[in-house]
Design a protein around this ligand. Structure first.
Ligand code: COA
Length: 140
């Protein structure tokens, strides 16, 4: 697998991955997936021979960088790409001196995945778009 990860302005490509994973695979409503914050966000796109296969989105809130919409197509899972996407997202946030922590809302099945990337679960489990989530944080 020769996958490249880079920042992109090709939001349509990110949407295509997110739609396949969150809407088609997980059954999340398209209206929940498209929350209107994509224009202000930084987007990461993973491509395999030019074809979009993974994505993640970065937002800011004060001194906190928020990582979200982390998705890898089923065909490319289990090969370290999700890990590489989150590490790239953390690196982008860490390069912004005004940010001190990274935060994300993890689907509860993915908590172990994010723990292996240095995140710690905080607070209670809550429901978002019909899916149980828990917030997780990591210092930058
Ligand atoms: N729960 C616990 N551990 C997990 C996991 C999960 N759901 N998914 C992967 N892992 C582990 C892997 O075993 C691997 O461990 P290792 O490094 O010790 O072998 C590590 O996390 C990294 O796995 P990786 O191959 O980089 O992950 P991936 O490319 O398969 O992507 C997701 C992981 C979660 C991004 C991918 O499964 C996905 O897109 N899922 C659907 C969308 C989703 O749930 N996104 C998260 C929203 S919060």
């Amino acid at each position: 697998m020769t996958v490249e990860i880079s920042e992109t302005r090709d939001i349509a490509a990110c949407h295509a991955v997110r739609r396949a994973v969150f809407v088609v695979e997980q059954g999340i409503a398209l209206a929940d997936e498209l929350d209107g914050r994509d224009e202000e966000a930084t987007h990461l796109l993973a491509t395999d021979k030019g074809i979009p296969v993974g994505t993640a989105r970065l937002l800011e809130q004060g001194a906190t960088g928020k990582i979200g919409r982390v998705a890898v197509l089923p065909s490319h899972r289990g090969q370290g790409l999700g890990r590489a996407l989150v590490e790239a997202a953390v690196a982008v946030l860490a390069s912004r001196p005004h940010l001190t922590q990274a935060k994300l809302g993890a689907q509860t099945h993915a908590i172990g995945f994010y723990e292996s990337l240095g995140f710690t679960a905080v607070g209670d489990i809550y429901e978002d778009a019909g899916v149980p989530h828990r917030d997780m944080v990591r210092a930058l």
